[in-house]
Ligand binder design. Structure first.
Ligand code: CMP
Length: 225
């Protein structure tokens, strides 16, 4: 296991070896194949997870069957804590978009471990605050930005978290279909495809299967504003 990736998780941030070791002892490793569902929105929740490898999507389904993606998460990120700290059903369905390795931590183990470790509790509060900040941005964009602006912003955000330098730009292997990208920006597939085709025609991006290369980050950043 790549321990450095795990140490990046908010749960571990700034902790000494003793606290980190004690937490790792309580965690169990599991794997999830691409396309598999870890849990569904509405399920009871008793564990939180840290992603070691791979990517997952967090989705919600409206009563008419339409789907919306809250986020795509990758290595070092944590999820599944909401139904622990605010006891209630899972708030999203979690599905692997690539093969994944996860570390799971049971609710009772987390609570015992947190007792007497205020620095770890502060890490968790910080992670929740960062998520709320991000969600506020997303809500603002849904109201104030047009679809191409939201697509540009989503690609830049994915590039920030998952991008790797390529010969002619930044390669973002997001693993998403165009339908899933549309669900992430909250627009129809047709409108999102049109925005992507327009960016590609301008030479700002290059489209690949489940990936995109950002060729002109500056122009994409201006479009995202
Ligand atoms: P839980 O409700 O237990 O299960 C689904 C998880 O998705 C949830 O905990 C959070 O960890 C995560 N989640 C829910 N909403 C968001 C959001 N807006 N942004 C990022 N992650 C979220």
């Amino acid at each position: 296991m790549d321990i450095e990736v795990v140490r990046k998780a908010p749960l571990f941030s700034g902790l000494g070896d003793e606290a980190t070791g004690a937490l790792l002892e309580l965690m169990t490793t599991s794997t999830l194949d691409r396309g598999s569902v870890l849990f569904d929105e509405g399920d009871p929740g008793s564990e939180l997870y840290v992603i070691v490898t791979g990517k997952l999507k967090l989705g919600r389904t409206a009563s008419d069957g339409r789907e919306n993606l809250l986020s795509i998460l990758g290595p070092g990120e944590m999820f599944g804590e909401l139904s622990l700290f605010d006891p209630g059903p899972r708030t999203a369905t979690v599905t692997a978009v690539s093969d994944c390795t996860l570390l799971g931590l049971a609710n009772n183990h987390l609570m015992t471990w947190l007792d007497g470790r205020p620095e770890a509790a502060r890490n968790l509060l910080q992670a929740l605050a960062a998520r709320l900040r991000r969600t506020n941005d997303t809500v603002g964009d849904l109201v104030f930005s047009d679809v191409p602006g939201r697509v540009a912003k989503a690609l830049l955000d994915l590039a920030d978290r998952f991008g790797r330098p390529a010969a002619d730009g930044v390669l973002v292997a997001h693993e998403l279909t165009q339908e899933e990208l549309a669900q992430l920006v909250g627009a129809s597939r047709e409108t999102v495809n049109k925005a992507l085709a327009d960016f590609a025609a301008r030479g700002w991006i290059r489209l690949e299967a489940r990936a995109v290369v950002l060729l002109d980050v500056e122009r994409m950043t201006s479009r995202a504003r």
